[in-house]
Design a binder for this molecule. Structure first.
Ligand code: SAM
Ligand code: MD0
Ligand code: SF4
Length: 335
């Protein structure tokens, strides 16, 4: 599909045509992955951040309660998630100066111990870090580096990720890929982008060789400059998921619980997603990113809850072995 084909698909609004798009996307997923769905545990271990992204609740100018979990607690949360049946641990933080300015050795140590103790694949989402730190994490065997551009329209990017250089961010991702890590790219829907911008992003995600491709609807947050921007029509995100699935059938595409909580899972899976992300253990004081508390303490964002929903849809949780095999195939494509 070229740019115009993608725009045409993004434009469809006839319910039958939309259903047909989703049904084709599900078929493409089934051909590659059968009825197996992956699940990622999410550990947002520090909500401190030096940046001021216009869309983010955790931007430094927002006066909110923040936390920084101690290493021992991060490790025990990771172990707990591993025990609950997730296939990967996503270790995420704001660009917290405790790490970004002072001490990446500390994070290195935490990640090393989590890998040792759980044996699970790990994704790091630490924000933009220096090449030499990326190389060290790659050497440690960290499987994934997640860093989202949010849009590939440079003007819009400058409005969203204030004072963060577009090329530097892109470089970090491409460098991680060079070191042998898999990379995740992501965009936001409903932040002022045009359909052409979305098409450009979909093409760019393929061009840079992202193995996981994410789209998240913007969630308005209290106290941020984009507070009164409306949440977009959920169908936009679902259509993007379906188009990504059709264009890149082999990639991992998240259905994030961070946008609409557990009730948003079914529609995203129906559109062709194959990874449930943002599984968070209840009552640990951990937050999500786009939805900081929705369904977390109620226990809605757990493997157990997600597995019930998979069952009703004729899908099932994959095994860790399935996930490892999938990573090997993705690595094979990148080399
Ligand atoms: N601080 C690191 C960074 O920004 O790269 C790691 C966190 S990153 C995983 C947080 C992601 O959540 C952003 O890149 C963005 O895609 C998404 N996000 C943040 N605020 C959001 C919001 N209000 N609505 C939807 N998605 C949001
Ligand atoms: C999620 N809240 O999966 C997480 C986050 C970070 N790598 C991912 C945006 O929805
Ligand atoms: Fe910080 Fe990440 Fe939020 Fe931007 S998106 S303000 S870098 S936590």
């Amino acid at each position: 599909m070229n740019r115009n084909d993608i725009i045409d698909l993004l434009r469809i609004d006839n319910r039958n045509e939309i259903e047909e798009l989703f049904s084709q996307a599900r078929k493409a997923r089934e051909k590659e992955f059968g009825n197996k769905i992956f699940m990622y545990g999410f550990v947002y271990f520090s909500t401190w951040c030096r940046n001021d992204c216009n869309f983010c609740y955790y931007r430094k100018s927002n006066e909110i309660d923040r936390y920084r979990k101690e290493p021992e607690e991060i490790i025990s949360i990771a172990e707990n998630l591993a025990g609950s049946g997730v296939h990967l641990l996503d270790l995420t933080m704001g660009e917290d100066l405790t790490y970004h300015r002072d001490n990446f050795d500390l994070l290195y140590d935490i990640v090393r111990r989590i890998k040792e103790n759980t044996g699970l694949p790990v994704m790091l989402s630490p924000g933009l870090i220096e090449d030499r730190d990326i190389a060290r994490f790659a050497e440690l065997g960290v499987e994934w580096y997640a860093l989202y551009q949010e849009t590939h329209n440079r003007e819009l990017y400058a409005k969203l990720r204030l004072n963060q250089d577009y090329d530097q961010r892109m470089h970090g991702k491409l460098y991680a890929k060079e070191t042998g890590m898999l990379i995740e790219e992501g965009i936001l829907a409903g932040v002022g982008e045009s359909l052409g911008d979305i098409a450009d992003s979909i093409l760019e995600m393929g061009r840079i060789g992202a193995s996981q491709m994410r789209v998240m609807s913007f969630v308005p947050q209290d106290g941020i400059p984009m507070e009164s921007v409306r949440k977009p029509d959920p169908l936009l995100e679902e259509k993007i998921i379906a188009i990504l699935r059709l264009m890149y059938p082999w990639v991992l595409i998240p259905a994030s619980l961070d946008i609409d909580g557990i009730k948003g899972l079914e529609d995203r899976l129906n559109a062709g997603a194959n990874v449930i992300t943002s599984i968070i253990p209840p009552k640990t004081g951990l937050a999500g990113v786009a939805q900081n508390s929705m369904d977390v303490d109620e226990g809605g964002r757990t493997v157990e809850e997600a597995s019930h929903i998979l069952k009703t849809m004729g899908l099932q949780p994959a095994t860790v072995l399935d996930y490892r095999e999938c990573l090997a195939r993705l690595n094979g494509r990148c080399n």
